[in-house]
Each structure stands twice: as structure tokens, then as C-alpha cells.
Design a protein around this ligand. Structure first.
Ligand code: C2O
Length: 544
């Protein structure tokens, strides 16, 4: 095992995109930020120095952080944010994960520009379960906004509006040459004819699920969310914010230039979204000097923005590489409805109330709209036994039963607000069914679980049926993931063992939904003895 040390200096820096220069928050002046590379089993130490003018913390998305919630990173959940001028050192070990993950700011909308790849190679002496690709390239898909993200956040908090839609999608921070002023920076991936390369594709967009394709080339999916999958060929990926895919691509086409392109998958009816396309170029090497270089690359055919059938069929094809036996007896069976909502305003003419008919947007799980504490983090309050910060009465099932995907009575659209956790015993065999609702609109919500990776054992449309649906669960080769979408107007079931004590955030990875309260937290109690208990907090843990 090795030890990897990094220093991340968070700082504002002018960056020019689409002919306009803006100050954005970066790490070490880079956008996207630095790539972290390590092997399975290695130790990682990252000192984060906050040289920006905003509070910030960094989350290592998908890393398990066993007994070590102090290194997880979400502001006000497992730590107070690092204040301007402060620093905090994240120390953790990578445990039984291989593939692609990423890191991002976990404070408000700052992750719009503060993110980077986290690559985990096999342990020393072990190899990929497929033939070694000739080259590897990370492709981080993102969203570019044409105003300051903190300003957008203030507007969103004030008026309850979603942040303005982005003006471009980006690949490794570059919109690509379908946008104005962008051809210079367009990302180029050089390949030799005949060789096979691996792309590590990460959706780091703030608010958008994406389709991704490569012109004239198919992809073989070999991993997702730092777990191997049974290889399968596809011409399109649907990738939600927070998710990653490792795909093999063979340069088996005539010499030339081929676009790799991503654009929106938007399942919400009538929602405003950015309908543009980001591109990078797959460039056969010998094309460089030849005439073909001056011709325009070929564009792939991407599915229509609302093609839920393609999105769902793709997700359903993903299987874990190695057959396992998922436990059949469940100790804790949770059923969470997720969705948006509207709050009636006492003064509908107030500028704060810009939802339909003078309402404000909100979002909830089991009708509780999650509020972060302000004076400390949940984990610090729990560890230091500070009362009054949170309660543990999060409802295990929806408080009211109704036809979740039917015509929901307006009286059920308004959730209550609270900082409610759900407490489970160490080692509990967990099942969580996440159910989309048709409150305001049906919509896929990419739900992320901190502290665990889970088996996706089933999914479907309509309301989950606890009598019949579990009979169809895949307990043999389900995929292992850390972020999974509730199909629009449908449900998804996950299972995992609660063997990681601490407080772990579960939330929609569409940040505008999270900002409206689409989250909750699990409190996993300590087990027996030191080895099943949360480690003591590091001495430099920030205070609020
Ligand atoms: Cu990648 Cu709580 O987030």
C-alpha cells in the first residue's frame, strides 16, 4: 500500500468560456480540479486550504469512509465547513473499491466548478478483469453557468427558484466546438487505429442527467461507481449527476474525427432545461496531419431529451461482474417517497414566491423537507451529545398513503420541515425502496447514499407493490452503485448492510432539489467494541 498526499488550495480564479471571463472557485487554479490517483487499499491524505471568500468543504463521492464520517465532507452533516483562511486535512483509506469516483465541493452550489476525478486502480499485483486498455482518459461532464454561482444560489434561496439553467454543458471544463468561442479549447482524445482505450466518464453536472454517445463507435461498459460490471455493448449511456461509467472503446472505424457528445436527459414535464450539446473529439492519430483534420467531425445520434424508455432500458442492463448472494432476510425495511412540492405563500405577490400561483418550490422525502443545522454539524452534535440539533423521528414509511404516481390531491403537496434522522443498529440488513411521486411532476431523481455502496435489486414504474415486486428482485448479480435514479413515476429498491457507523446523508444529486430539502440522513449506531465504532474526530476538524 502507498500513501498519497495532496494539497488542495481553494481559490477564486478568472476563467474564460463562451467569450466571457468570470471569476470562479477552483482548486489549485485548475478547472476541473486535480485528479487524485491511487490503488485499492492505499491511504490518501488531502489537506484542503480555503483561500476563497466562502465557506467550503470537499466530499469524496462514493468512497466508503469506513468508521470515518469525519472524512466524508458534506457541510453541516459530517463537519462544519472550512472557513475562509482555514484548512482541514482529510485522511482516509480506500477499501475494496476499484474504478472511477470523483470529488466535489459539498457546500451549496459550489460544486458547479469545484470538482475533479478520483481514480482507483487495482491493488498492486492485481489487474483489471478485462484486457488492459492502451490508454485511459477521464471525461468529466459538467454545466457552465454565465453568472456567479453564489449569486445564483442567493437568488434560488430568496425566490425559491431553480438556479438559471446552464448556458453550456462541458467536457473537462470545455463546452466544445458547437458553442461559440470554444473550438480552441475543445478536448481531443487521440487514438491509434485498432487500439482499445478506456474512458472514465463522470457526470459532475449540478442539475442535469445526461445522455452520452460517440459517433460511429460503440462502447463496452465495464464498470460503474467504482465497481466492475458484466461487460455489455451500448451506443448510448444515461448518466445521472454523481454517477460514473468506465467504458472501453475500440478505434475500429475509418481514420477521421468523431464527436463524443453529451446532452440532457430531462424527465420532468415542462421543466426548463439547457438543450445544448457538449462535444469532445475522438481523433485518429494519422488524421492529424491529413486533410481529414479540416473536415468537421461526425456527430453521434443522441436520444431525444425525454426518451425515458432508452434511459431506463440502459440502466436495467447493468449487472454486477461477480455473482453474489444478496441477503434475503431484511432487518430494516424503509419506503421513502421523494418528490417536489409547493408551499403556499401568505403574500403571493412577494418576490420570494415565484412558483406557480404565487407559491414557493420545495422538495421532500416522506413529506419531510430536510433542513441542515446551522450552528454545528449533525455528526459533531451526535458525537458531542449536543441536544436540540436533530431528531431521530424520520418516518420509515410515508406518513399518509395515497396513489403516489396518480393524480395526487393538492392537499398532499406541502411537506413539513425538519432535521430528522433515521436511526439503525450496526449491521442491520437494510432495504430502501425509493418511490418517485407525481407531486408537481414525475421525474427521475438520482439518489445518492453517502458511506455505503449498495446493490440495486429492483426497479419499476408505478407504485411499488410490496407483495409482488420483491419476488422479481435480482439477488444474484445486481449492480453495486452509490447513486441510482428513481425512474420517473416509478421506484427503485436498494439493499446494503449498515456496517459503517456514523451519520450518512441520502439525497437527490440534483442540487436544486437538494437545496429545496430532498434529503435525509441515516444514523448508524456503533456496534460492539472499538472496531465497530466511529473513530475519534481529528484535532483539526473545523468548528462552525
Ligand atoms: Cu456527490 Cu452528497 O454528494
Amino acid at each position: 500500500t502507498e500513501l498519497h498526499f495532496h494539497e488542495f488550495v481553494v481559490q477564486a480564479r478568472p476563467v474564460t468560456r463562451l467569450c466571457k471571463t468570470q471569476s470562479i472557485i477552483t482548486v489549485n487554479g485548475q478547472f476541473p480540479g486535480p485528479t487524485v490517483e491511487a490503488r485499492n487499499g492505499d491511504f490518501v491524505i488531502i489537506k484542503v486550504v480555503n483561500a476563497a471568500q466562502y465557506n467550503i468543504s470537499i466530499h469524496w463521492h462514493g468512497l466508503r469512509m469506513l468508521r470515518n464520517p469525519w472524512a466524508d465532507g458534506p457541510s453541516y452533516v459530517t463537519q462544519c465547513p472550512i472557513q475562509p483562511g482555514g484548512s482541514y486535512t482529510y485522511r482516509f483509506r480506500i477499501r475494496d473499491q476499484e474504478g472511477t469516483l470523483w470529488w466535489h465541493a459539498h457546500t451549496g452550489f459550489l460544486r458547479a466548478t469545484v470538482y475533479g476525478a478520483f481514480i482507483i486502480y487495482p491493488r498492486l499485483g492485481s489487474a483489471y478483469p478485462f484486457s488492459v486498455p492502451k490508454q485511459e482518459f477521464p471525461l468529466l461532464l459538467g454545466q457552465w453557468f454565465d453568472s456567479d454561482i453564489v449569486l445564483l444560489q442567493r437568488q434560488a434561496d430568496f425566490a425559491g427558484l431553480p438556479p438559471n439553467t446552464s448556458v453550456a454543458y462541458t467536457t473537462n471544463g470545455q463546452p466544445g466546438d458547437l458553442y461559440r468561442c470554444s473550438s480552441q479549447g475543445t478536448v481531443r482524445v487521440p487514438v491509434e487505429a485498432g487500439e482499445t482505450i478506456m474512458l472514465r466518464i463522470i457526470n459532475s453536472a449540478l442539475n442535469q442527467e445526461l445522455f452520452f454517445s460517440i459517433a460511429n463507435h460503440s462502447m463496452t461498459v465495464v464498470g460503474t461507481d467504482a465497481a466492475y460490471t458484466k461487460p455489455f455493448r451500448t451506443t448510448v449511456l444515461m448518466i445521472g449527476p454523481g454517477q460514473t461509467f468506465n467504458v472501453l472503446v475500440t478505434a475500429d472505424q475509418p481514420q477521421g474525427l468523431y464527436y463524443m457528445a453529451a446532452r440532457a436527459y430531462e424527465s420532468a414535464l415542462n421543466a426548463p432545461f439547457d438543450n445544448t450539446t457538449t462535444t469532445a473529439i475522438l481523433e485518429y492519430r494519422s488524421t492529424r496531419s491529413s486533410n481529414q483534420n479540416r473536415s468537421r467531425p461526425v456527430l453521434p445520434a443522441l436520444p431525444a431529451f425525454n426518451d425515458t424508455a432508452t434511459a431506463t432500458a440502459f440502466t436495467a442492463r447493468i449487472r454486477g461482474l461477480t455473482p453474489i448472494k444478496v441477503f434475503t432476510k431484511v432487518d430494516v425495511n424503509l419506503y421513502f417517497i421523494v418528490g417536489l412540492g409547493l408551499i403556499n405563500c401568505t403574500n403571493p405577490n412577494s418576490p420570494r414566491c415565484q412558483g406557480p400561483n404565487g407559491t414557493r418550490f420545495t422538495a421532500s422525502m416522506n413529506n419531510v423537507s430536510f433542513e441542515l443545522p446551522r450552528t454545528t454539524s449533525l455528526m459533531q452534535a451526535y458525537y458531542e451529545r449536543i441536544p436540540g440539533v436533530f431528531t431521530t423521528d424520520f418516518p420509515p414509511v410515508p406518513p399518509v398513503q395515497f396513489d403516489y404516481t396518480g393524480n395526487v390531491p393538492r392537499g398532499l403537496w406541502t411537506p413539513s420541515r425538519g432535521t430528522k434522522l433515521y436511526k439503525v443498529k450496526y449491521g442491520s440488513r437494510m432495504q430502501i425502496v425509493l418511490q418517485d411521486t407525481s407531486i408537481v411532476t414525475t421525474e427521475e431523481h438520482p439518489m445518492h447514499v453517502h458511506g455505503f455502496h449498495f446493490f440495486v435489486v429492483g426497479s419499476g414504474f408505478g407504485n411499488f407493490n410490496p407483495a409482488t415486486d420483491p419476488l422479481k428482485f435480482n439477488l444474484v448479480d445486481p449492480p453495486v452503485r452509490n447513486t441510482i435514479g428513481t425512474p420517473p413515476g416509478g421506484w427503485v429498491a436498494i439493499r446494503f448492510v449498515a456496517d459503517n457507523p456514523g451519520i450518512w446523508f441520502i439525497h437527490c444529486h440534483i442540487d436544486s432539489h437538494l437545496n429545496w430539502g430532498l434529503g435525509m440522513a441515516l444514523l448508524v449506531e456503533n456496534g460492539v467494541g472499538f472496531s465497530q465504532s466511529v473513530l475519534p474526530p481529528p484535532p483539526d476538524l473545523p468548528q462552525c
